[in-house]
Design a protein around this ligand. Structure first.
Ligand code: FAD
Length: 291
C-alpha cells in the first residue's frame, strides 16, 4: 500500500460557525460531547470574502473556552493582503498555530473584480509563510474526485502540488464515497513526489436532500447505487440514517485498512453521527463516549 501511515494517525472534526446565539449554545454542547474522544483539533469553516469572519472568530473562542486546539479555515478570495495579515495576527495573538488555507468560492453575484489580491490557495500558502514563517501548521484542500473547476485531473494534481511546494504541511480531502478515488489520488500524489499526509474527509449521511444539493455544488459524487437507495427511503429519516451510517462505516474501515493517515470528520455540528462512527471503528478514546 502507500506510505501514508508512517506517523501517528490524525483524527479531527470540522465545525461551521452558527448563525445565532442559540446555535452557538447548542454547538457548545456538541463540542463538549465530541471533545470526550480528544481529537487532534477542531477546524472551523470561514465564509469566502470574510462573510463569517466574526462568527468564525467567535467559534474559535468558544473552543478556546473549553481548552480545545482549533484550526480556523481561511480563504483568500475576495480579500486583500492587509485583511489576511490582520486575521493571521489575530490568530497568533490567540495562540492559534494551525490553519486550513483555501481559495474559497466567490458568492454568486460578485464579479471577477471582487476576487481580491490572491487568486489561488497556493498564493495564500506562500503569503502565510512569507508573513509568519513556520508559525502555522498549514492544511490545504485536496480533491480525489477532481475539483469541479479544474480543466483536467492532471492539471488539478499539478495545482495541488503547487500548494505543497508553497509550504503546506498536510491536506484534507473533499468528502467522497468511493474509496478507490482516494487511493488512486494518493498513488498519483506519491508518483508526483508529494509526501505530506493526505487525510480523507468523511461526511456522515443524515439528510439525503441536503447532501445531494451540497454534492452537486462541490463536485463530490454520490455513487448511483447509494443515491438510488437513499432516494427510495423518501422522508423515512431513520432508514436514511441507518443506511448512511453503514455505508460510511464501511468507507472508513476501507480507508483505515488501506493506510489512510487519519480521518477528518465533517460533523455538520452534530455530535451523534460522528461519535457513532468513532465508537464502531474503535478509534482512540471510544470508551469515553457516553450514550
Ligand atoms: C477540507 C476543505 C475545507 C473547506 N473549507 C472551506 C471553508 O471554510 N470556506 C469556504 O468558502 N470553502 C471551503 N472549502 C471549499 C473550497 O473553498 C472550494 O472547493 C474552492 O472552490 C477551492 O478552494 P481550494 O483552496 O481548493 O482552491 P485552489 O487550490 O486554489 O484550487 C481551485 C481551482 O483552481 C485551480 N488552480 C489552483 N491553483 C491554480 C493556479 N496557480 N493556476 C491555475 N489554476 C489553479 C485548481 O485546479 C482548482 O480547480 C473547503 C474545501 C475542502 C476540501
Amino acid at each position: 500500500m502507500n506510505d501514508q501511515t508512517k506517523k501517528q494517525r490524525i483524527y479531527s472534526f470540522e465545525l461551521f460557525p452558527p448563525k445565532t446565539a442559540e446555535g452557538m449554545e447548542k454547538l457548545a454542547g456538541d463540542v463538549r460531547r465530541l471533545n470526550a474522544v480528544a481529537p487532534a483539533y477542531f477546524s472551523v469553516t470561514y465564509g469566502a470574502g470574510g462573510s463569517t469572519r466574526d462568527r468564525t472568530f467567535e467559534t474559535v473562542s468558544l473552543l478556546r473556552g473549553q481548552g480545545i486546539d482549533s484550526a480556523p479555515h481561511l480563504s483568500c478570495i475576495g480579500s486583500t493582503r492587509g485583511q489576511i495579515r490582520d486575521i493571521l495576527r489575530h490568530y497568533l495573538e490567540q495562540d492559534i498555530h494551525r490553519i486550513v488555507a483555501l481559495r474559497g468560492d466567490l458568492p454568486s453575484g460578485m464579479g471577477a473584480g471582487a476576487a481580491g489580491d490572491l487568486r489561488y490557495a497556493n498564493e495564500l500558502v506562500a503569503f502565510i509563510r512569507e508573513e509568519t514563517g513556520r508559525a502555522f501548521h498549514i492544511e490545504v484542500a485536496a480533491y480525489p474526485e477532481v475539483h469541479p473547476q479544474a480543466s483536467s485531473a492532471t492539471r488539478d494534481l499539478e495545482n495541488f502540488k503547487r500548494k505543497v511546494d508553497s509550504g503546506a504541511d498536510a491536506a484534507i480531502t473533499q468528502y467522497f464515497y468511493n474509496a478507490d478515488a482516494y487511493f488512486a489520488f494518493v498513488g498519483a500524489c506519491e508518483r508526483a513526489g508529494i509526501e505530506i499526509p493526505i487525510v480523507p474527509g468523511v461526511m456522515p449521511i443524515t439528510n439525503y436532500s441536503r447532501l445531494a444539493r451540497f454534492s452537486d455544488g462541490c463536485g463530490a459524487e454520490i455513487p448511483r447505487w447509494m443515491r438510488k437507495r437513499l432516494e427510495s427511503y423518501g422522508d423515512d429519516i431513520e432508514s436514511i440514517r441507518e443506511f448512511g451510517h453503514e455505508a460510511v462505516l464501511r468507507l472508513c474501515r476501507r480507508l483505515l485498512d488501506g493506510g489512510a493517515p487519519g480521518i477528518h470528520f465533517y460533523t455538520m455540528n452534530q455530535a451523534t453521527p460522528t461519535l457513532r462512527l468513532w465508537q464502531e471503528l474503535g478509534l482512540p478514546g471510544a470508551e469515553r463516549i457516553r450514550a
